[in-house]
Design a protein around this ligand. Sequence first.
Ligand SMILES: NC(=O)C1=CN([C@@H]2O[C@H](COP(=O)(O)OP(=O)(O)OC[C@H]3O[C@@H](n4cnc5c(N)ncnc54)[C@H](O)[C@@H]3O)[C@@H](O)[C@H]2O)C=CC1
Ligand SMILES: O=C([O-])CC(=O)C(=O)O
Length: 269
Amino acid sequence: MPIKVGLVGCGAIGFEIASAIDRGDVNADLAAVFDRNPKNMNRLIEAMRNKPEVVELEELAELSDIVVEAASQAAVPQVAEAALKRGKDIMIMSVGALMDRELYRRICSMAESSGGRVYIPSGAITGLDGLKSASVGRLKRVVLTSTKPPASLEGAPYVVEKNMDLRSFREPTLIYEGPASEAVRAFPANVNVAATLSLTYGQDAWVRIVVDPKATVNVHEVVAEGDFGRMVTRVENVPSPRNPRTSYLAALSAIATLRNATLNVRIGT
Ligand SMILES: NC(=O)C1=CN([C@@H]2O[C@H](COP(=O)(O)OP(=O)(O)OC[C@H]3O[C@@H](n4cnc5c(N)ncnc54)[C@H](O)[C@@H]3O)[C@@H](O)[C@H]2O)C=CC1
Ligand SMILES: O=C([O-])CC(=O)C(=O)O
């Protein structure tokens, strides 16, 4: 039986997920979609052979087995509640929202009492499999260094607040470093992956953001140290054609997670 997916957010990631379902790459039906921007929503619906219903959030959750949040950090509390209070599963892409400890606790407790599961894909980073295994033992340090082209960082609250002219940099420059809980507020559309790392680590990962005027890819480098030894992973991500802030791999990881949820055989940690 295909699972019924309700999609909140019809942007870069949402479009890829919907297309994968429509192509039959996931054993799922796209039951319903919701986006606060009708233009994005209509563009997605027009491109699908099997048209989903357009409904408000509560009804979307009612119609779904799993609700996929691919919208924004601000959307996460409402979307998670709509799904989990009904015992439905949820997949969260705007993971930065979960650095709010109170919200994370509430989501975990709703999931526990209703039986709804929470899926957090590895997104635009690599190495989460190893980090997950390593976190069973003692981890001492997790550092994420993200190097991005100026276009990918444009409009971030930190950049706006500091009145930074990203086009003025002539060579790769470290423009920010700090704990993940702070970084996800300073760069909400750029380092959700730092939250994913932190939730696995059990503490704040350390985040460094580099702007590279010549970069054409979003690079994420993760260094972790602990009882297991030392891990270094690096991925050079092609930006999504629909949103330069978002790496294509993030959408693929969402599709892989959905697929995993429908399979009896699961590979990887
Ligand atoms: N976990 C990860 O590795 C990654 C996470 N992300 C995050 O995933 C989310 C989706 O990314 P993209 O598809 O690239 O973003 P996008 O900006 O291309 O699309 C987001 C869509 O959601 C809609 N939206 C925003 N807030 C909403 C709300 N409250 N209710 C309904 N619709 C709403 C927007 O109108 C837009 O159509 C973003 O929060 C992004 O920062 C992005 C890349 C990697
Ligand atoms: O897609 C990426 O490269 C990472 C990203 O935007 C995020 O983690 O929010």
